[in-house]
Structures are given as C-alpha cells and as structure tokens.
Design a protein around this ligand. Structure first.
Ligand SMILES: [Zn+2]
Length: 459
C-alpha cells in the first residue's frame, strides 16, 4: 500500500529583522508537529484502507478474530462479513519518541453476530490497551539505568515531550527479563576464553525489610582480550555459597578458569570451586593489613613502614615477552624471587607475632597462602590471570552511586533490574541492542520512496 503525503505551509519572515536562530527554532518545532501529524494521517489512512478491504469482503480476516456475540462462551465467530461502524468516542493515545500521537479508531461490525470491534491494535502490532511504543520503553529503561526515577521522568519529558509517571517507569524496569544478558555467557566458548573469575560486592539500603543493609554481589569472567570482563550474574542479598551453587549449575561442565581473584571478603573464597586457584587482590591486601595494624595499636609511621615492606615483597615483575621466548634461566630467576618473597612474608608474620600484633599476623598468615598464585600460574602456563580486582571497581563504584540515588522504594527486584541494565549496557552493549531490535522488530517494511520540497516566495 502506498500513501501520498502532501504538505503545504506558509512561513512568515519579518524582512531585514529575523535571524538564523528564529528560523531554525520555528522550523524545528514545526517539523516535530508535522512528524506527528503525518504519522497520524498515515496510520488513519492505513486503517481506513484495511477496513474497506474487510468490509468489501476482499480482505483476509483471520488476523483480527472476534468473539461470537451470540454465544456466552469464548467461541470465535466464523463470519468474514463486516460493515463499517463509526469512530470510537475516544482517540487512541500513543506515547512515541516524537511525542504524543492521537489516532482515530474505526470500528467495524460483524454482519452475522453484530459484534463491534477494532482493527487498529493488531494493525500496529500493539497490545490493545498499551499506550507506549516499544521505543519509548527502551528509552525509559536506558534512562532509568542511569538516573533516578524522578530525573528519568524529567529527561524523557525533555526528549519526547511526554510525561511518564514514575510508577510506570518502575513497572517497566522491574518487568524486564534482564538476566538474559548474563545467561548468554554460559556457553562453552565463552567459559573457555576465561583466564580467571573475579567477584565484588556493594551495599545498598533496603526498604521495608527487617534489616536495611542490603548486599549486591557481582561475579565476572575475565578474558584476555576485549571485552575483558563478562558478567556471569548479579545477586541481591544472596550468600557467596548460594551464588557459587547457582553458577556451578548454569555453567558448562568441566571447564575451570585458572584463578579466582578476591578482595578478601569473608565467604567469597567459596567461589574457588569454580576455578583452580585463588589469588588475593594485591591492592586489597596491603590496605586491609593497614587496618589490622591500626587495630593492633601500631603507630601510623611504624605501620606505614611495614606496608612499604609488603608492597616491595609482593611486587614480582614477570617479563612481557612471548612465553615461548623466555629462557629457563629467566624462569629460574623468577622462581627464585618468588621463593625469596615467600620467605620475606613469613619473616614479616614472625615479626608481627614477636611484637604481639595479633590481628595483623593472623590476617597476613591467611592472606599469604593466596598472594602469589598468579606468579605460580605464570610460571606454569605462561600468562598472567588478574592479580587485582581493580578493573571491576569502577563498575562497582558506579553501581553504588546509582543505587544510592534511587528515588522509589528499593526492593530486591528493583535493585537487581537496575544492576542488570547497567551491567548489560557497560559490558554487553551489542546484546542490549540486539534485545531491543528483536522487540522493536524493525525490518524496513515501512519506507519513504521519494520526497520533494519546493520553496518559493508568496507573490
Ligand atoms: Zn461475528
């Protein structure tokens, strides 16, 4: 079907007075209105043409079935003979990225059972009572991923000149099946590409719960290439044990990435069931040790000296060259350094014990076991899994910032939705686009084949 659009307008200019800003502002605002008016015209003409075909008995009617008015049951009417009805009293209001679109709704009447019904919703492939187009839902979810509900509401009003209540934004956000964005990572190919796994958590304030302290936890697969991190899942108020069980159940069996990098949070080590080994984050260990020394009453300058010592000990450089080109002598040297470092850590622990630093010695003793795993791994396999979780921390900060700004009452579901949206948009933007492309179903079935504009001075 082809629909011809004719536009005629008169633009008034005050000669010698108007300027470029006035011209672009006026034409810009007008073109937005023209866009909406043309949409309205195209949709209403399309509707009329289809109604004509149906009423002339020339159209296929199985796509617009109606319930048989003569029957009490849900039975469909077998009739394909219709006549035109009037317009529905109320126009259909559609919220679109261009603004609010109002369309007249034609009714048709079944000649057999007298049922009055409409073709507009199936024609536009929209649910009958839906007011918002899919594009508006996409815009809204993307905005909610970044801003509070109140600010999102304002932003969308700025972009599309329509008002979407905060409660609606919340409903759309929590209704999404967002875990699809982590589920795709459970393929064998993706798991085989991991050199390690890392995990981190952040707090959030729970609403209407026994304790207000909520916990959001994230687990990532780490790859050598780009993207470096692949989200394996995000959980609210779940123990590391529960998280490990869930990942173990979902992941392809028999594949174990080399190293789990942890920040030392209690219970996180449970995730090492998913990997061969554990590496304590080499950024967190000195920081946490500083805290234990302070707790043990060690003066700041003395504690600082110990930290400097530890930083020197754990810093073992490995050559950046291709592993195959590294000589045995070089490997032996690194092996030697590793041995020395392990010895120095033990000396440090002994020194703490000798001075009665209970907390610090226990802490370092526990951490020591997993402080050099990646160097061991490098000697064994030739590449270095991550030794800090710093690449994840920026995301966690962003997550924390976003969750603090929450405007509506935050329950587990809302927190998870926003976290999943954020993760998907940061780490798997192409999956995010694909997800919406599928929902938008844009395939070029409406196009403009030609247009022609001629402007001339009115005599
Ligand atoms: Zn009927």
């Amino acid at each position: 079907m082809r629909i011809k659009v004719k536009i005629e307008a008169v633009v008034n200019l005050e000669e010698g007075k108007t300027n470029i800003n006035e011209i672009t502002e006026t034409i810009g605002n007008w073109s937005r209105q023209v866009g909406l008016d043309v949409c309205k015209g195209v949709i209403e003409n399309y509707q009329e043409k289809i109604v004509d075909l149906l009423c002339d008995g020339k159209g296929e009617s199985s796509w617009v079935p109606h319930k048989d008015k003569r029957e009490d049951s849900e039975q469909l009417c077998p009739s394909d003979s219709f006549r035109r009805g009037g317009f529905r009293k109320k126009e259909r209001v559609l919220k679109t990225p261009m603004g609010e679109l109002r369309v007249k709704v034609r009714q048709i009447i079944c000649k057999i059972c007298d049922k009055r019904f409409e073709v507009l919703s199936p024609l536009l492939k929209m649910p009958k009572y839906s007011r918002a187009t899919m594009k508006i839902k996409q815009m809204s979810t993307e905005t909610v991923g970044e801003l509070s509900y109140r600010r999102s509401d304002e932003r969308i009003e700025g972009l599309a000149k329509i008002d979407i209540p905060k409660s609606t934004l919340h409903r759309w956000t929590t209704a999404g099946e967002w875990d699809v964005f982590t589920e795709w990572a459970n393929s064998e190919d993706i798991w085989k590409s991991f050199t390690g796994i890392m995990a981190d958590g952040t707090g959030y304030k729970r609403q209407k719960a026994k304790t207000t302290k909520g916990n959001l936890r994230i687990v990532m697969g780490v790859k050598d290439g780009c993207p470096k991190l692949v989200p394996l899942g995000v959980w609210a108020d779940k123990s590391w044990e529960e998280i490990e069980k869930k990942i173990s159940g979902d992941k392809p069996p028999g594949i174990k990435p080399d190293v789990l990098t942890v920040d030392g949070e209690k219970g996180q080590e449970r995730l090492s069931n998913l990997t061969g080994n554990i590496q304590r984050c080499s950024w967190h260990v000195p920081h946490q040790l500083k805290y234990y020394l302070w707790k043990d009453g060690v003066p700041k300058n003395v504690g600082g000296e110990f930290i400097r010592q530890l930083l020197g000990i754990i810093k073992i450089e490995v050559p950046q060259e291709d592993y195959k080109e590294i000589t045995d002598a070089m490997k032996e040297e690194i092996q030697e350094n590793l041995k020395k470092s392990r010895g120095s850590v033990n000396e440090l622990i002994a020194a703490f014990k000798g001075k009665g630093y209970e907390g610090a010695s226990t802490y370092l003793e526990n951490a020591a076991e997993h402080m050099f795993t990646v160097v061991d791994k490098w000697l064994e396999i030739g590449y270095m899994p991550p030794k800090t979780i710093s690449i994840l921390e920026r995301t966690m900060r962003e997550m924390g910032r976003r969750l603090k700004k929450i405007g509506a009452s935050w329950k587990e579901k809302g927190v998870l939705a926003v976290a999943n949206i954020l993760l998907a948009r940061i780490y798997t933007p192409e999956q995010w686009e694909k997800y919406w492309d599928k929902l938008l179903d844009i395939q070029g079935r409406c196009s403009i084949s030609s247009y022609h504009i001629k402007c001339s001075v009115v005599p």
